[in-house]
Design a protein around this ligand. Sequence first.
Ligand SMILES: *[C@@H]1O[C@H](CO)[C@@H](O)[C@H](O)[C@H]1NC(C)=O
Ligand SMILES: *[C@@H]1O[C@H](CO)[C@@H](O)[C@H](O)[C@H]1NC(C)=O
Ligand SMILES: *[C@@H]1O[C@H](CO)[C@@H](O)[C@H](O)[C@H]1NC(C)=O
Length: 937
Amino acid sequence: MADSGPASFLTRANAILRKNLTYQKRNIWSNVRLIIIPFYLCIVLVFVQGLFDSQVNNSVDNQCGCQCIDKLGDGKCEMICGLEYSTRDQGVFCAIPKPQPWPPLILIPRSHARAVDSSFTDESCRRKNSCPVTILFTGNNQSLGETLSRNLLRRSFTMTSSDLLFSLANNVLATTLKASATNYLDSGIVSNLSIYTIQSRCPPNSNFSFSLGQSPLNFTKEMRCVQGLNLWRNSSVEVNHEIFKGYKEGNSDGKISEIVAAYDLLDTDRTNFNVNIWYNATYKGEEGNQRYKLVRVPRLVNLVSNAYLQYLQGPGTKMLFEFVKEMPKQETKLRIDIASLIGPLFFTWVILLLLPVILNSLVYEKQQHLRIIMKMHGLGDGPYWVISYVYFLALSTLYIICLMIFGSAIGLKFFLFNDYSFQFGFYFLFINLQISIAFLVSSAFSKVETASVVAYLYVFGSGLLGGFLFRFMLEGSSFPRSWIFVMELYPGFSLYRGLYEFAQNAYQGSLNGKDEMKWKYFSDSEMDEVSYIIIVEWFVALIAAYYIDKISSSGNNPLFFLKNNNPFKKYPSLQKPSLQKQVSAVSVEMEKLDVIQESEKVEQMMLESSTSHAIVCDKLRKVYPGRDGNPPKKAVRGLSLTVPSGECFGMLGPNGAGKTTFINIMTGLVKPTSGAAFVQGFDICKDMDKVYTSMGVCPQHDLLWETLTGREHLLFYGRLKNLKGSDLNQAVEESLKSANLLHGGIADKPAGKYSGGMKRRLSVAISLIGNPKVVYMDEPSTGLDPSSRKNLWTVIKHAKKNTAIILTTHSMEEAEFLCDRLGIFVDGRLQCIGNPKELKGRYGGFYVLTMTTTSEHEKDVEVLVRDVSPNAKKIYHIAGTQKFEIPKDEVRISEVFQAVEKAKSNFKVFAWGLADTTLEDVFIKVARTAQAFNVFS
Ligand SMILES: *[C@@H]1O[C@H](CO)[C@@H](O)[C@H](O)[C@H]1NC(C)=O
Ligand SMILES: *[C@@H]1O[C@H](CO)[C@@H](O)[C@H](O)[C@H]1NC(C)=O
Ligand SMILES: *[C@@H]1O[C@H](CO)[C@@H](O)[C@H](O)[C@H]1NC(C)=O
C-alpha cells in the first residue's frame, strides 16, 4: 500500500464529518424526535389558542351583538348587528359612528377618607356619611384667592332636562371611582355608584336623578350633593404638608384625610392669570386609563379659569366645559393571541433544549474517551472543533428553520407578524452563542448524566425565571435599565428578551392589524442591545472554550503558553543523588546487566541523535504527587528503552507495575515528570501531533461508538490515516478479514452489539489500520477465546513487519509467541530485558518438580527431593501439592524418575510432574526478587 504521508486538515475534517453523519443516520430517530419537539409544542399552542378562541375570543359576549330581524314582515328574518342589538357587554365591540358625550367628572375622596376640617378632628360627619370635600387655595394675594374660591362653587343645583349636558356643565360633577377604561366611557358614568355635585352648601333632600346615553350604553344616574370647602392656606409649603399628611401612607396616626385638589394662584392679578394645580394621580401608569385621567384634570383647570373670568367680568360670564367624548370607532373583536402571551416562555424552552443535546454529545465523547482515541489516531484539535461546530450549527439551524416553518404553517402570529429574516438573524446569533457555551461548559463535566441534569435544570429554570421574574422586571417601568442590561448578560434571559420583543410586536400586531418587526426598526425595538450582548458573549465563550480545551489537553497548566525552561526540573539526574542511594543503585544494577546495556545503547543513540529506532525512551520518570498525606507515587522510575521498527516488544509485569502509565506517557495522555522519549524522531513532549499521525493504539478498554458498525469504525480511522478510495476499501476489507469480523455480517452490525472478544479484535484492527509506524497494545487479547486469540496473534505477527509494537500482556504464552524481546517491569523499573529464550536461560537453569500427595506425606516428599538434590528449593506449597526448583547441573532426569518410582511404593502419590523452566517461572522469580528488594530500597 502506498504511504502518502500524514492526512491534511481537509482529509481529517472529511473523515470526522462522514463519521458524524453516519452516527447521526444511526441515531435518526432521536434526531427526528428532537425536530418534532418544536412541532409538538406549536401544536399545543394552537390547541390552547383554539380553546381560547372558542371560549373567549369568539364567544358571543365578546363581539358586537346581532339579532334576526324580520324587516319586511314576510316571516324571513335577516341578521343585523349593531349597538342597538347588543347587550351592554357586547356593545363595547360594536362600531360607534357617533360616540356618546358625557359630562366631565372630578375625582373626590370617599366619604370616610375625606379631610374633615382644618385640624381633622371632628369625625362625626364620617359616621353620617356627610363629610365635605376640601379644596385648598394659596397664592400671593389672599383677598384675590378668597374671591376666586367663592366663584368656584355654586350654592344651588340647576338642571333642565331639555338640554341635559348644558345644564350639567353649570354644576361641578364628581365621582369617587378611580379613572379606568370601561366601555368607551368614564368609569364613573358606567358604574352603579352615584355621581356627586359639589356645592358650597347642600340643601336638605338634595337628590336628583338623570339618564344619559342611548341603548344599550345608557345609564340612569343618581345624583347627590356633597359640600365643598374652600380653604385658604398661607403658602404652598403648607398645602404640600397638609396633602402629604392626609395621604393614606403618609399619616402616622392612621387617620386618612384626603383633599380633592389644591390651587396655587401665584402672582395672579387683574392682568395676569397664573395657577398651579395639585391633583391626585395615584393611578397614573395603570394600563389603559391615561386618557381618562387627563379628562379629569381639565375640569379642575376649567373650574378655576371660570372663577377668574367671573372675577374679571362679573358673575354673568361663563366658560362651560360641556362634555367629553371619544372619537368614532370601527367594530372591534377581542383578539387575544395566546401564543404571543406565553410564546416567550415556550419558545425559550424550545430553543434552549438544544443545549442539553449538544452538551451530551460532547460529554459522551469525552466520557467514553473517544475524543482522545481519535486524537491518538491523528485527528487534531482543529478539525475536531471545526467539524463539531459546523455540525451542531447545521443541526441547530435546521431545528430553528423547522420551528419557524411549523409555527408559520399553523398560523402562529408570533412568527407571521415578525419579519422572517429578522427572526432568523436573531435565532442564528443565539444558537451560535449556545454552541460556544456548550463547548465551554463541556469541559466542566465528565459524566453524561450530570451534564444532562444540569443542562435541563438550566433550560427549565431559565424559562421559568424569564417568564415570571424577568418579564415582570421588563414590564415594570421602575426597574433600572442598567439592571436589565446586567440580567441580559445571562444567555437564557437575552434569549427571553428577544422572544419577548417578538411576542409584544405580534401581540400588538394582532390587536391593531399587521405590524412587522423589521430590520429598519432594529435599534428602536431594543433588539440591538440584546444582539450586541449575544455577539460579544459568543466570541468570549469561543475563546474561553478554546483556551480551556488547550489547558486540559496540555497537562493542566493554566499558563500553557509559557514554556517551562527550568533545566533542573527537566533533568533531575543532574541534581546530586544522595550517597546511600548511589550505593544501593550500584548493587541493584550489578544484577541487571541487560538493563544497563539497554540504557547505554539509548545514551549512545541520544548522543548521535539517531532516529533509526522507531521508539527511544531516555530515563522516563513519572511521579504522581502525594495526596491526602500519602507519599508521592513513583509510577515509572527512569525507564530507558529502544524499540526498532519490525520488533514487537513485550512488557510483562504484575498489576500496578506502571505499564499502563508508561503507555499513557507514550501516547501523550500523561506528561512525563522527567526524561524524554522520541517516536520516529519526534519528541513526545513537543511534537505529539506529528507523532499521532503515525501511531496506532489499542487501549486496555475498548473505545468504540455503540451505534457505528465495525466497518464504519475502520473507514473512519482509515481516513484519518490518509487512506483514500480503493486503498481505503482494500485496507478495511483486509483488516476485517484478519480480525475475523467478516463472516456472519458482523462487520455491518453496530459495535454495541458485539461480544467482548469481537470488540477486542476490532480495537486491534483499528490500531493497525493504515500501517502505523508505532503501535501500542495494552493487553490486546484479554477476554478472547483461544481460537480468536490465535487469530489475533497471526494478525499482529503479520503487522509487525515494518512497525514497532509495544505490547503489554499477562499471558506468557502470548509474550513468547509474539514478542522478539521481553522486558519484565516491576515497580516502575525494568528488571530484565531479553528475548524469551535468553531470559529462560538466564533465570531458568533448573527443573521444576511438582508432586501431590496427602498432607501427611509432605515431609517424605521433601526428604526425597533433598536426597536427589541438596540445593533444591521449595517454591510452592499448598494442601499436599508442592513445587521444587532443582538446579539442572545437580541432577539427571533419570535419577529423578527412579527416585519417584521408589517413593510411589512407600506412599501414595496422586500426581507428579517434572518440567523445564517456563517463562512464567522466570516472571514470578523476577517479580518476586525485585519486589523483595524494593522493600529494602
Ligand atoms: C389683591 O387683590 C385685590 C382684588 O381682590 C386687589 O384690590 C389688591 O390690590 C391686590 N393686592 C395686591 C398686593 O396686589
Ligand atoms: C396666615 O397669615 C395671617 C396673616 O399674615 C396670619 O394671621 C395667620 O395666622 C396665618 N395662618 C397660619 C395658619 O399660619
Ligand atoms: C389619592 O387617591 C387614592 C385613591 O382614592 C387614595 O388612596 C390616596 O390616598 C389619594 N392621595 C392623596 C394624596 O390624597
